[in-house]
Design a protein around this ligand. Sequence first.
Ligand SMILES: Nc1ncnc2c1ncn2[C@@H]1O[C@H](COP(=O)(O)OP(=O)(O)OP(=O)(O)O)[C@@H](O)[C@H]1O
Ligand code: SF4
Ligand SMILES: [Mg+2]
Length: 326
Amino acid sequence: MSILTATGVEVTYPGSGRPVRAVAGVDLAVEPGEVLGLVGESGCGKSSLARALVGLVAPTAGTVVFDSQPVEALRRRARPVAQRRLQMVFQDPYSSLNARRRVGDQIADALRLAGGGGRRRAPAAVGALLERVGLDPAMQTRYPHEFSGGQRQRVAVARALAADPSVIVADEPISALDASAQAQVANLLVGLARTEGVAVVFISHDLAIVRQVADRTAVMYLGTVVEVGPTATLWEDPQHPYTRALIDAVPTPDGSGRLPADLPGDVPDPAAPPSGCRFHPRCPLVTPDCSSWEPVLRVQEPGHAAACILAPDRGAPDRSTTGVPS
Ligand SMILES: Nc1ncnc2c1ncn2[C@@H]1O[C@H](COP(=O)(O)OP(=O)(O)OP(=O)(O)O)[C@@H](O)[C@H]1O
Ligand code: SF4
Ligand SMILES: [Mg+2]
């Protein structure tokens, strides 16, 4: 059974003129112990969806259910419980950690909030958490600025683990790191999924990394999920033209590869999305019907669904095979 499920989730911001519908109806299910990649160009709504998944913003429509309970209700009625088991890791550990406090104290706070460890046991428990993320337990007396970027992100992960989470939503957790630290932090998160059964939602605009780490990948465009499926299937047989364009844009070892900007036009304004298929003004395969007909996710094969008029309809979406409710 899915540990985290989004159904019809919308996130709308007031905006200065028209409201901005940053997430425009997303269905997504996260399974225990999996790494689910979430990709898409800047502004497509990844962070807004992430915040809705962990209850940092209330969806303007739809529901998020964590471990059989609505996240909203969890937040209101049992905040510490929700905090314990549904954690978020951000891009910039500098801003998510308090620069003026020793990291050990910050992790100890998280342990206490989660109901574990008294003051006396804290150094040992904090040390064990630092070891779990590959850091020396003695580092708990240091301040955030005394770590490298990669180490600091490990500290942020250790603080999340203090809460014994079953889901970690990691929003661009490696984007601010250098290449070797990127691989280490990505491997750390994957290891948590593989060995400890923590589900990880891994948000990134870097498809090459997502290909390496994610069991399944969901592709977002302008607030909607346009394709979702096993990562290997998406790479070998993408069904949505946008997925294909993103994959084509990934640099190959010889340095070739186009940028998503090579698609005609810019990402449209989410306050005024195109009619019909939201991708139609930029789609290389656009048909006359595409501007009047809004495609929904349809099953391509078990576990793989795409929202495009050209993607064959091989059956009604089925949560048991796609992770996407119909
Ligand atoms: N607090 C806010 N108020 C108004 N609009 C917002 C707010 N946060 C995000 N937006 C808008 O919502 C849309 C989606 O933003 P979001 O940050 O979710 O995208 P993203 O996919 O995470 O982008 P990036 O890859 O740059 O992080 C964008 O058009 C953005 O400008
Ligand atoms: S529905 Fe039409 S415009 Fe949209 S992705 Fe498919 S072919 Fe392109
Ligand atoms: Mg973002």
